[in-house]
Structure formats: C-alpha cells, structure tokens
Design a protein around this ligand. Structure first.
Ligand code: SAM
Ligand code: SF4
Length: 330
C-alpha cells in the first residue's frame, strides 16, 4: 500500500467526487443560468478509461468513497459502463451517484446491475409548480418515477433526497418534506444555498439556515439529534416518535471544513481540493502525455497537501470561485 493521502493540515483524504459532464438537462436557479453555460467539447472531457485510471490510483492512496456527479451524470453517453468499470476497482468501498433523477426511470435497473451502491436524488419541492419554478423544468412526476425505480432495489441503501434551502422559497417546503421523510424510507436533507450559482445572484440573506428549517419542523414533528460521524457533512435528526430522519447540511452557517476529507475531479480533469478553490491542478495533460503512476501520484499528493484550511464564505472580501456548481461537480 502506498502512503495515504493527507493534506498539510493533517486531514486524511478518503472521498473523491468525480464530475462526468458539465452538461445538464435542468436549469436550477441556484446552479445554472436559464440559457445554460458554454459546454466543454467532447475531446476536453476525460474518457472513461482516464477517469478509471485516476480513481484506481486514488483508491490505492486511501480513497474509499467515490461519488459520481456533474452537471447531470445520466446525460453522459454510456454512463452505466463507467459505473461498471469503477465498481470493479479493488478497494473501493462505496460508489455513489448524485442525480436530478430525470433519467433514473430509464437507467435505475442498469445502474444497479452495474454496481452502484447509493443514490442521492435532488428534489427541491414536492409540488409540481414550485419544482418547475426552481428547476425551470416541469419534471416532478418524471423525477418521482425515477426515485421509485431506484427504490425498487433494496440493495441501494440509503436513498437520499437533497433539497437546496433558499430563503423565500424553502420555508414552505420544510413540513411537507418532513412528512415525506416520515412516510417513506427516503432520508431528506436540506443543503444551505452556497455562492456557486451560475447567475451570480447569491447574497448572504438568501441562505435559509438548517437551524431555521429544523425549528420549523421541530414545532410540528419533534426531532432529536443523532450523534454525528466524523467527516459526515450532514447533521442528522430523527423524529422523536421513531418515524424516519432528516439531515441538515449547513456549509454556510456551520462550516465543517475541519473534518473535510474530500477532493473533486472536474469533467475536464482538474483536481480541486475545495468547492471554493480558486486554483486547481490539471491531471488531463499529464494523463494524455503518458505520465506514469508515480508521477501522477506525486502531482495528486502535492495538490492535496495544499488543500485549503477552510472556506471563507462568511468573511469580508469573500469572492466566489470562477467556476460555478455545475462546472465543479457538487
Ligand atoms: N445534476 C445533479 C443533481 O442536481 O443532483 C448532480 C450535480 S448538482 C451540481 C449536485 C448537488 O449540488 C445537487 O444536490 C444540487 O442541488 C446542489 N447544488 C447546486 N448548486 C448549489 C448551490 N448553489 N448551493 C448548494 N447546493 C447546490
Ligand atoms: Fe443541473 Fe444539478 Fe445544477 Fe440542477 S443542480 S442545474 S440538475 S447540475
């Protein structure tokens, strides 16, 4: 075993998020502009073989969890073939997917057969018109059918539903989502809105905090906290009467940088050590220039060593990174 991946602040890196495309079939307000973004050309995007090589190397350095994301991962052609390739990487403990769910009804069975372990589906409202307002696509019924299609596979567990929490919108979703979590096996999590939107309209006041949402839910359905695992991003609460649980991911109001164990690979092969990184490290050029494993490991180790101590979203003078969420891989 090669030496594990650690950063200069002593954090061990075990979680890699891989973006497989910057394209998407939705235009969520908190992520992408209505008109989309300038997409990468096909040749700029890492091939499945290149992604597999990077994953294999990193798993050899102590990465145990890989999450596939985008853009919308299911719009990448033959995506399930990549899932099968990665599921075969020895030493990888958990292979997960984050998707908007639009194509899940089509793909769920193939994804499970290919070896996906866990799926998160992003759903911001359980009401069709409000879902449309947030995602700019009238697709709630399609997404719910996708969610049901994965839920037919008990081996994919847990299935999580993620909603971005925006002030002025999500307040009305708190109790309906709590009731959804109480009446199904899905774990619902609210994620605070971060300054990574394509419209660049984020303001601190737009963040509806996890605490506010929790208080709203607690008043109707009392909650109690479940002790948190180190490096878990979500604070988990269960309903006191034992019916289900909810998660709150609070990167803005309660940053969890001290325990961060993650790095990210963008669709065109840039290694990012923080969602808010300003700099990044190119892996595509060395991959295509024929770099050996030792050379690639050295590049990765060096980049990880310089991982940012923390993000500075709530500090004066904060500037969002040039890339927005869909171009990073959330
Ligand atoms: N397209 C897939 C999806 O929506 O699940 C995967 C990529 S998306 C960028 C990953 C996650 O990031 C989604 O759960 C989405 O809601 C979340 N997200 C996007 N923009 C965000 C923002 N500005 N703040 C917080 N979360 C955001
Ligand atoms: Fe697409 Fe996901 Fe961004 Fe929505 S959050 S626009 S589904 S990448």
């Amino acid at each position: 075993m090669v030496e594990p991946l650690v950063d200069g602040h002593g954090r061990r890196i075990s979680d890699l998020r891989v973006s497989v495309t910057d394209r998407c079939n939705f235009r969520c307000q908190y992520c992408m502009p209505t008109e989309g973004l300038p997409w990468l050309e096909r040749g700029e995007i890492l091939s499945f073989e290149e992604i597999e090589r990077v994953v294999r190397l990193m798993v050899g350095m102590g990465v145990t969890d890989v999450r596939l994301t985008g853009g919308e991962p299911l719009v990448r052609r033959e995506f399930t073939r990549l899932v099968a390739m990665l599921a075969g990487v020895e030493g990888l403990a958990d292979l997960a997917l984050t998707t908007n769910g639009f194509l899940l009804e089509r793909d769920a069975d193939a994804l499970v057969a290919a070896g996906i372990d866990r799926v998160n589906v992003s759903i911001d409202s359980l009401q069709r018109d409000r879902f449309f307002q947030m995602t700019r696509r009238d697709s709630l019924p399609q997404v719910l059918r996708g969610l049901e299609a994965v839920a037919r596979h008990p081996e994919v567990h847990p299935i999580k539903v993620n909603a971005v929490a925006m002030r002025g919108f999500t307040e009305a979703e708190a109790v309906p989502f709590a009731e959804f979590a109480r009446s199904t096996a899905f774990q619902v999590r609210f994620i605070e809105f971060m300054p990574l939107d394509g419209d660049r309209s984020w303001r601190p006041d737009d963040v509806l905090t996890g605490d506010e949402l929790r208080a709203t839910i607690h008043a109707v359905h009392p909650l109690e906290e479940v002790p948190r695992e180190r490096s878990a991003t979500a604070r988990i609460f269960r309903f006191r009467d034992g019916r289900g649980e909810m998660g709150f991911i609070n990167p803005v109001s309660e940053p969890f940088c001290d325990d961060c164990n993650r790095i990210r690979l963008t669709a065109e092969g840039k290694l990012r050590t923080c969602l808010f990184s300003v700099g990044e490290t190119d892996l595509r050029e060395p991959l295509r220039a024929g770099a050996g494993d030792d050379e690639l490991r050295h590049i990765v180790r060096d980049a990880v060593w310089r991982k940012e101590l923390k993000h500075r979203v709530s500090e004066p003078g904060f500037r969002p990174p040039p890339r927005t969420m869909s171009a990073i891989g959330g």
